[in-house]
Design a protein. Structure first.
Length: 151
């Protein structure tokens, strides 16, 4: 269940709050291949299961940027801001890929509201999104996602 703010004016009071977790999402080879086609990144560690089986990870792995892009799909499951005219992905601050995501893994996002600043027409937030891999102690991705919520 998403943490819901009924107004952007509630955001500053929630700095430091853990917002919750998304549902688990399985990363299958079809998703990896579609991302490879969309970006032109057909490196064998992503798209060649036979070669990847003999490689360093024992299977194909998701692209790091696929893992990052999935935060845009998973974060709305964690946090909703109502009473806005528009939400804008403004960018990212620090972003890292501590661990690869092998094909067949399930991932989810855990989110924390780490910063809120008032900007003309609303608020800018920094939400630390951690992409967790089921059964792993190390995250796949940690990103400080910057968003604007305008009245």
């Amino acid at each position: 269940m998403a943490t819901t703010f009924t107004s952007p004016d509630e955001l500053p009071g929630a700095v430091g709050s853990h917002l919750g977790h998304s549902e688990w999402l399985e990363i299958d080879q079809d998703r990896i291949n579609l991302f490879a086609d969309a970006t032109g990144d057909h490196q064998w560690i992503h798209v060649d299961p036979e070669m990847a089986a003999a490689g360093p990870f024992g299977a194909t792995i998701a692209h790091g940027y696929l893992t990052l892009a999935l935060t845009n799909f998973l974060l709305p499951q964690v946090v909703q801001v109502e009473g806005i005219s528009m939400g804008i992905n403004y960018g990212t601050n620090r972003m890292r890929f501590p661990s690869p995501v092998p094909v067949g893994s399930r991932v989810r996002v855990s989110a924390e509201l780490v910063e809120v600043d008032e900007v003309p027409g609303g608020y800018q937030t920094v939400i630390r999104a951690t992409v967790e891999i089921e059964g792993s102690d190390r995250p796949a991705c940690v990103v400080d996602a910057v968003s604007r919520f305008l009245r």
